[in-house]
Write a protein that binds this ligand. Structure first.
Ligand code: PLP
Length: 394
């Protein structure tokens, strides 16, 4: 174990099982450890490093902003957050924006907004229906929203007001809807819970149901947004528009940021009802603007669709060779490979030894979420390493 890793064990709360490598530098889709070894990065900061590491347009925007104005508080108008809000609104189906610092915070705010809407328009309705296997963040309320027992059990009792129902079943949502329901909150494609793709017509049926019931439809696009699944926002692929959408992760290519977007009719906060000290911070927003502008101007989402298909077909081709691969699924550059046994960690380590970083999604599954700027050549390199790594498993 390296010096840094020993210090980490001494000083850190052990909330995460880290892969035993200390990263010190990144460029594009490559990172380097403290011994100078290079790795192809298919973890991408957990779907955060959208333009890769230290992309020049992001680095330049951050440098200029830290030399101009780092922070002021939201007592004042600042330009980077207004520019980013305008770009988001002009390129989505939503009308208004609130900035925070993380995904969980964005989702908390979205639920607060839905509850506020419930108080104003739905006779005080305050419950939010979410799906099993969803993941919406680590705050207490978002743990309650996330339909996964492993995140909930250590922290009971959980905040009330969340009903977790079967995923991919509009009937389950209908059955759970009561006069107390103010919203349904879903990930268009479940990320953390397994890279689960919605069944045909599910999201459209949920949208219709929300309209019929007069409740809000919240889409958590924290993992799927900003080009990750092959369109700027995943909702575009399913013919639906949410009333509220949350973003974070890839929005600023690595700087901490979160955002709530809402249609005008759902944008019901009034001054003092919500807030954040760092939310809309000029540096994070400058990075966000540079990232989003680059994604839009260079049709990064279209490229993700093509390279994502190429990666998915390469992963599929490994199936006949390795009978223990049971499934390859996902969209764009959010893909998973599932095995019939718990070998994911061994594959992660075998890849690491060969210079490829991949994420263990579950004990029996890997997740691939490289920077969106990756090309076919790097995909070929990753597939060759993965092939070799899988060959070491008996
Ligand atoms: C869909 C989704 N929502 C919310 C979150 C929480 O985001 P954060 O870790 O920034 O709080 C995540 C993180 O993985 C996520 O994938």
């Amino acid at each position: 174990m390296s010096h840094w890793q020993e210090l980490e064990h001494r000083y850190f709360m052990p909330t995460v099982e880290r892969t035993p490598v200390t990263l010190v530098r990144g460029q594009g889709v490559w990172v380097w450890d403290d011994a100078g070894r290079e790795y192809l990065d298919f973890v991408g900061g957990w779907a955060v490093d959208s333009l890769g590491h230290c992309h020049p347009v992001v680095a330049q925007a951050v440098i200029e902003q830290v030399q101009t104005l780092i922070h002021t508080s939201n007592q004042f108008y600042t330009i980077p957050q207004i520019r980013l809000a305008e770009l988001l609104v002009k390129n989505s189906c939503l009308d208004k924006v609130f900035f925070g610092n993380s995904g969980a915070e964005a989702n908390e705010g979205a639920v607060k907004l839905a509850r506020r809407y419930g108080k104003l328009h739905l006779d005080g309705a305050d419950e939010v229906i979410t799906a099993n296997a969803s993941f919406h963040g680590r705050t207490l309320a978002m743990v309650a929203a996330s339909g996964q027992a492993k995140f909930q059990e250590p922290y009971t009792p959980l905040p009330a007001g969340f009903i977790n129902v079967e995923y991919n079943s509009v009937e389950a949502i209908k059955a759970a809807t009561t006069t107390k329901t103010c919203a349904v909150m879903l990930e268009p494609l479940q990320g953390e819970g397994g890279v689960n793709v919605p069944s045909k017509g599910y999201l459209a049926a949920v949208r219709d149901w929300c309209d019929q019931a007069g409740i809000l439809f919240i889409l958590d696009e924290i993992q799927t947004g900003l080009g990750r699944t092959g369109t700027l926002f995943a909702y575009e692929q399913y013919g639906v528009e949410p009333d509220i959408m949350t973003l974070a992760k890839g929005l600023a290519s690595g700087l901490p940021i979160g955002a709530i977007l809402a249609k005008d009719r759902a944008s019901v906060f009034t001054p003092g009802e919500h807030g954040s000290t760092f939310g809309g911070n000029p540096v994070a927003c400058a990075a966000g603007y540079a990232t989003l502008k680059f994604i839009i101007d260079n049709d990064v989402a279209g490229k993700v669709k093509r390279v994502g298909r190429y990666l998915a077909s390469g992963l599929e081709k490994l199936k006949p060779k390795f009978q223990f691969i049971t499934d390859v699924r996902g969209r764009g550059l959010l893909l998973a490979m599932e095995f019939n046994t718990d070998i994911a960690q061994s594959v992660v380590m075998a890849c690491l030894d060969r210079g490829l970083l991949v994420n263990q999604l579950k004990p029996n599954a890997l997740r691939f979420m490289p920077p969106l700027i990756i090309g076919n050549q790097e995909v070929d390199e990753a597939l060759a390493i993965l092939d070799e790594a899988l060959s070491t498993i008996d």
